[in-house]
Design a protein around this ligand. Sequence first.
Ligand code: GLU
Length: 364
Amino acid sequence: MYINKAKTIVLKIGSSNLVDSRGKLKEKWLNSFVKDIKKFKKKGKNFVIVSSGAIALGQNSLNVKKKKLKIEMSQALASIGQIYLTNIYRKIFEKNKINIGQILISPDDTEQRRRAINIKRTFENLFKLDAIPIVNENDTTATSEIKYGDNDRLAARVAQIISANVLINFSDVDGLYESSKYKKIIKNVNDINEKIFSFVDNKKTAYGSGGMSTKLEAAKICMSAGCHMAIANGKHFNPLERLIKKNQCTWFIPKVSSLDARKKWIASSIGSNGKIFIDTGAHKALENGKSLLPAGIIKVEGKFSKGDNVLILDDGGKALARGLTSFSSIEIDKIKGLKTDQIESILGYFSKSEIIHRDDMVKL
Ligand code: GLU
């Protein structure tokens, strides 16, 4: 069982695990969950909890019944509810003599390399202090364009950044159903392909934002980062112990990867800032592990700056690779199709010959 062997485990708790359909906190359940963690923490494991529930608890405390909220309103309610959420965790963990820390994350924190390294350090130091980081999205300032929106992908990105061995995505379903009618779940997934996506039933719960698709996106991130991910039902008491005993869940098995930490981070980026379309010559060069030069670029799409994460596609629109660009979209537009020795005369300065260096690129 992957959990027994893991050193660092991320547990993602959905709002539906934490609050009932009337928006009330399931305190008994939370007590049993914390007891589980205490038991396994004694075996020397590091735990991280990614917990939703800020908006739901904010609604509950102010008696806001409405299900479809405007973003400004959910930001304000999250700001109120996040205090409740942290207090509840603090109260229960304190009873169990475990310290916790709160980490609120925005996409910029994980998608900018320097900030991601800072996050990693904070987690490592919390582990040194024997504390459990409790993570949520910084909902109070995030607007829809710059928001994860679901804690599924956020939890996966955190797992990747801190090199966690296992992420358990506790939800209100037993796993990925092959047939929802017969409640038959798929035990192991080695590759997320169209067939796997065809099993998606995106029914959402009253409070959670993610559905099965965001869970599969999260699994993709974990698989390319070398982290095992499970989708499991968290609604029972002692959900972790139960999962270890029964192994009733869907496991997503990571690919064996020779990528270093930096390339794993590039590979599992959330979204991209733009697109670069290349010709067959450049495609061949990338296949042979070469860098991307201006000569093979056909066109550029989107506005991005130097250092941004972009997708590289063939002329038919198939994504081939992603990487950190050394030139902005405006610069690339001016030098696309040209030879490297023409860069200086067109731009008026010389910076680099590669648009994306092979060290900053991963094939998809
Ligand atoms: N961050 C949101 C909250 O705490 C929930 C996001 C999700 O449901 O995944 O309320």
